[in-house]
Design a protein around this ligand. Structure first.
Ligand code: KDG
Length: 324
């Protein structure tokens, strides 16, 4: 059936049991999370085989990440253990100072994954790969990570495999906007599917109407058949050549926003890979994003097809509408 292949950093996520300022947090729940890995877990739950290229420290936290990903079915044979660098960690702060908002504090500089380089990839990694998924996070981790991502992009091209790219801009990882824009350019040029968000479009092209930003994005991304803009609680919009599909968001109780975009991308890709229409893929993706904010952890609330069907049949007659 073929694998979806990705590259990136999984970290240990420390999530305080209570909302409020992190400086007061005493007790934490420990999760495993990271954008590309989250998307792969979402795909696995939706029946798509996946493979992950990464590095973790040769430490207890690295073991936690490996066993979590292995248990979820991901091919972890391309995850190296690094004796000289630790596994990355981040803390999250929920509901403070802005209610309903989550912020992150990274401890990932010099992490094992930030030492990924082209040497971590060889031709065999493309065996049985049908699609390559990358995000703007990994190239931003370090120059050697960027080189590894560029090499993977070249390999996807030479094997004639489509690239799905999520801009996923993390301002904390980028020295300035000009650097960020330059970093993403080669991936936008090559991608067949682009996932982005309103904030990322503004980062790339400055403030303005989404339609105008999409025109600018299309100029940079000649191969992009599908551009999907995630709008958080407002749903999403997909641009497929001259067609535009919109879907409103589902109103759910937000516990932890992190990982919603990754769930969204995973469900969209899984749906497209099984031959659904763009409209259906958008509907599933929206549902997956909504479900993921209803519980803590990035991986824990990711849905199966069955969860998505139940969720959609509940919402279908009430507020979900496909607007064309
Ligand atoms: O999408 C959720 C991720 O942002 C989170 O798990 C942490 O991967 C992460 C990152 O780089 O911010």
């Amino acid at each position: 059936m073929g694998h979806v292949l990705s590259i990136g950093e999984m970290m240990v996520q420390m999530c305080p049991t209570l909302e409020g300022p992190l400086r007061q947090a005493r007790a934490y729940e420990r999760y495993v999370a990271g954008s590309e890995g989250n998307t792969l877990v979402s795909l696995e739950l939706l029946g798509v085989k996946t493979r992950f290229i990464s590095r973790v420290g040769d430490d207890e936290l690295g073991s936690a990440i490996l066993s979590e990903l292995r248990a979820r079915g991901i091919d972890v044979s391309w995850i190296a253990r690094d004796k000289d660098a630790p596994t990355g960690v981040y803390f999250i702060q929920r509901g403070y100072p802005l209610q309903g908002k989550t912020t992150v504090l990274y401890y990932r500089k010099g992490s094992a994954a930030s030492r990924l380089s082209p040497q971590d990839l060889s031709e065999e990694v493309m065996d049985d790969v049908k699609l390559v998924f990358m995000t703007g996070i990994t190239p931003a981790l370090s120059p050697s990570c960027n080189e590894a991502c560029l090499k993977l992009m070249e390999m996807a091209r030479s094997h004639d495999r489509p690239l799905a790219f999520d801009t996923n801009i993390r301002i904390k990882l980028l020295p300035d906007r000009a650097y960020g824009q330059k970093l993403l350019l080669p991936f936008l040029k090559e991608a067949k599917y682009i996932f982005t968000g309103a904030g990322d479009l503004t980062y790339l092209f400055g403030p303005g109407e989404i339609e105008e930003q999409i025109v600018q994005l299309r100029d940079l991304a000649p191969k992009a058949d599908i551009i999907l803009v995630k709008l958080g609680k407002h749903g999403a919009v997909v641009y497929e050549q001259d067609k535009v599909f919109r879907h409103q968001g589902y109103q759910v109780k937000v516990v932890d926003e992190l990982g919603a975009g990754d769930a969204f991308s995973g469900a969209f890709i899984a749906s497209m890979l099984r031959g659904d229409t763009v409209e259906h893929a958008l509907r599933y993706a929206n549902a997956a994003g909504a479900l993921t904010v209803t519980a803590k952890g990035d991986l824990e609330p990711l849905p199966t097809w069955n969860d998505l069907s139940l969720f959609l049949s509940y919402y279908e007659d009430s507020e979900a509408q496909l607007l064309r």
